[in-house]
Design a protein around this ligand. Structure first.
Ligand code: CA
Ligand code: CA
Ligand code: CA
Length: 244
């Protein structure tokens, strides 16, 4: 467990690697504040454990100017317990100016949490976001505590501001039916592309809510998308028969 830790690397091209392969069931980062400053930095986090918890919470990732990469992989290495909670919640991500990448890949088995709750600011530059919980299997198995109700928590919540520049957001996050997951996505200036990857276009309803705003819903997920020039579903790519 990494808790209430401050990391500041200052200027220069920095690489911060947090490689946590927990032997026990808990792999948790909580209250991490990491600032990598100017120039081209990389923060690479690989968080895995054999079940129960792969959680990153209440943390701040600030990568400053430069072409930065924040890569996070959360993996449950042992399924079958029905009690996994994998989560990226209560986190702020500031990618700063420059062409940045934020990659989050969640791989939980028999999870009842597999959610992303964050505020992400990509700043200026041609940024790329890829958020993915599609390899996660969700089961609301209450064993071995059958008297305790376990609420399933999946999907995407928070604000995702792509900022100036031509940005691409690959969104591969699934919210289970009955969830109330809600996220706002702002393209900002530039030609921005949102690729919604789970399912196909027929799984979604799309409603125009303002001159440049769309409400997109499917299962337990609602997305409000503003200022994005191109929205594709998986069956549109290729050839790119975008809905707008
Ligand atoms: Ca930087
Ligand atoms: Ca940026
Ligand atoms: Ca933009």
């Amino acid at each position: 467990m990494l808790q209430a830790v401050e990391i500041e690397t200052g200027a220069g091209e920095d690489v911060v690697v947090i490689d946590s392969h927990a032997i026990g069931s808990t792999a948790v980062i909580n209250g991490l504040n990491i600032e990598t400053g100017a120039q081209n930095d990389q923060i690479l986090i690989d968080l895995s454990s054999p079940g129960v918890e792969q959680v990153i919470a209440i943390s701040n990732f600030s990568l400053g100017d430069g072409h930065d990469i924040l890569s996070i992989v959360q993996t449950d290495t042992q399924g079958g317990d029905g009690l996994t909670f994998a989560s990226f919640f209560g986190n702020d991500v500031y990618l700063g100016d420059g062409d940045d990448q934020f990659l989050l890949d969640m791989n939980a088995q028999d999870a009842f949490w597999a959610d992303i709750i964050a505020d992400v600011y990509a700043g200026a530059g041609d940024d790329y976001l890829s958020l993915d919980n599609s390899d996660t299997t969700v089961t609301a198995n209450t064993d071995p505590f059958p008297t305790v109700p376990i609420s399933v928590r999946t999907g995407l919540n928070g604000d995702y501001d792509l900022g100036p520049g031509d940005d691409v957001f690959d969104l591969n996050v699934i919210a289970q039916e009955g969830e109330a997951a809600e996220a706002d996505i702002f393209g900002g200036e530039g030609y921005d592309i949102l690729n919604i990857l789970p399912g196909s276009a027929s799984d979604y309803t799309v409603e125009q809510v303002s001159a440049d705003g769309y409400m997109i819903t499917s299962l337990g997920q609602t997305l409000y998308v503003y200022g994005v020039e191109e929205i594709n579903f998986s069956d549109d790519i290729p050839p790119g028969d975008a809905i707008i």
